[in-house]
Design a protein around this ligand. Sequence first.
Ligand code: CTP
Ligand code: CA
Length: 226
Amino acid sequence: TPLEKRENLFKGTHIVVTAGGTREAIDPVRYIGNESSGKMGFALAQVAERLGAQVTLISGPTNLVLPAKSSIQRINIKSVADLQAALDTAVQDADILIMAAAVSDYRVAKIADHKMKKDDFNGELEIKLIENPDILATLKRPDSLRYVVGFAAETNDLIENAQRKILKKNLNMIVANDVGNPQIGFESNQNAVTILRPHQANIELKKNDKSIIAEQILKLIDQEIN
Ligand code: CTP
Ligand code: CA
């Protein structure tokens, strides 16, 4: 496709991307987090921008920076509650949601006001966790939202687990990622994924730079909605 066409692929389209991992506070200086560099989400946001989209990027804590000239609206969040609040607003006029963030399944039941002191616990500390809402499954989808993409990082039974999540979360697409493979770890600039959609054959995207994988995913989405 000529460059000019590619740059207009998502003209007039608002794409919301979530990226990175969430942090659930234990006390003012500690948190429970999960592995996620944010690189896949940032790549999706930047390629979507290059393809002409209006992009909102909701990001967990990460070292990644966008170029100064970027038109991407970046919203930084920490907890799942932050993510939910930011997303509820951002999706209001969104056409596409790509949920690449690693969302903490549990949060700390009672966050300590003060730094916890180790001597207050006799060599053993239990922290009670409460399940977080499933943001994708429970999101109130505005009429404008035409396409919803989830991610699934799995160490085993990749396809079965991802397939189940498509149904459970009512997704148009899930990007399934075998995180048991040490060659394409979280911090890697490369990824290899399987794309699942309801009622369509799965597509394997071979190991490649995350920006190339992002472009392949976005072009598939474009084919689906146009
Ligand atoms: N997700 C979400 N809200 C949550 C948990 C996950 O929106 N509370 C989203 C993720 O951003 C991802 C998709 O759901 O796009 C799948 O996340 P995953 O952790 O693989 O699925 P879970 O339903 O949490 O199942 P499990 O962790 O038990 O495998
Ligand atoms: Ca989870």
